[in-house]
Design a protein around this ligand. Structure first.
Ligand SMILES: [Zn+2]
Length: 218
C-alpha cells in the first residue's frame, strides 16, 4: 500500500496493476452496465440507458480528491498572527465521503483545531483540506489521521487536533442495519496529545465533553 502511482501527489492511491492505467470512460461505463445487470435489471431499458454515463460523471465528482494535493491548499498561510497564541478551532465542517469497503456514503462532520506557531491558515483552506481527503475512498480512521498529519506537516504548529463524527451508510442501509449510530474518531498531535488541558479546551469548543477512549491519537 505504500507505493504510490500516477502522479507525484497521489497520496492514498494504492499500487497495483489496476491502478497504473486509468480505464477509459467507455470501460468505466461498461463496468456500471455490468453492475446494473448484477443487480438484476436491464441496462438497455429506457430509464437506465443514460445511467452509466451519469454514474461515471458522479464518480468524477465524488472522487475528485485524487486529483488534488491537499498540501497546496495550506501553502498560502498568513504569517501575521498579531501575537495570537491561542487554539484555532474550526468545527462542524460537513463532509461526504465513501467507504473503501463498500463504496457506500460516509456522511459527517470534522472538527479541526491547531495551536499556531507564527503561521495561521484561512478557514476556507481548512475546509478544502477536509474535502480533498473526503473525496477519495476512505475509512474514517485514516481520513482523520490524514487531515491531522497534513496540517502538522505543512503548518508545523504546536499541535493539531482532529475529531470526526460520521454515519456510515454501509452500516445503516445494509448488513446490521443500525440507524442512528455514528462513529467518532480522533487524532491528537503535539500539545493536544501531551496536555490534557489543551485537549480539553478543544473538546469543549467542539462540544464534546468526554473523549477519553479515543483521545490518544487512535
Ligand atoms: Zn463500508
Amino acid at each position: 500500500m505504500d507505493k504510490m502511482v500516477n502522479n507525484k501527489h497521489s497520496r492514498g492511491r494504492p499500487a497495483g496493476d489496476s491502478a497504473l492505467t486509468k480505464p477509459s470512460r467507455e470501460e468505466a461505463e461498461a463496468a456500471v452496465r455490468t453492475l446494473i445487470r448484477w443487480a438484476g435489471d436491464d441496462p438497455d431499458r429506457e430509464g437506465l440507458l443514460a445511467t452509466p454515463s451519469r454514474v461515471v460523471r458522479a464518480y468524477e465528482e465524488w472522487f475528485a480528491g485524487y486529483n488534488d494535493d491537499p498540501r497546496e491548499y495550506l501553502k498560502r498561510t498568513f504569517e501575521e498572527t498579531g501575537g495570537y497564541d491561542e487554539v484555532v478551532v474550526l468545527r462542524d465542517i460537513r463532509f461526504e465521503s465513501h467507504c473503501e469497503h463498500h463504496i457506500a456514503p460516509i456522511i459527517g462532520r470534522v472538527h479541526v483545531g491547531y495551536l499556531p506557531r507564527n503561521r495561521v491558515v484561512g478557514i476556507s483552506k481548512l475546509a478544502r483540506l477536509v474535502e480533498v481527503f473526503a473525496r477519495r475512498l476512505q475509512i474514517q480512521e485514516k481520513m482523520t489521521a490524514e487531515i491531522a498529519s497534513c496540517l502538522d506537516t505543512v503548518l508545523k504548529p504546536h499541535g493539531v487536533a482532529v475529531v470526526t463524527e460520521a454515519t456510515h451508510q454501509c452500516m445503516t442501509t445494509r448488513g446490521v442495519h443500525k440507524t442512528g449510530v455514528s462513529m467518532v474518531t480522533s487524532r491528537m498531535l503535539g500539545v493536544f496529545r501531551d496536555h490534557a488541558e489543551t485537549r480539553q479546551e478543544f473538546l469543549s469548543a467542539i462540544g464534546v465533553r468526554n473523549l477519553h477512549n479515543v483521545a490518544n491519537g487512535a
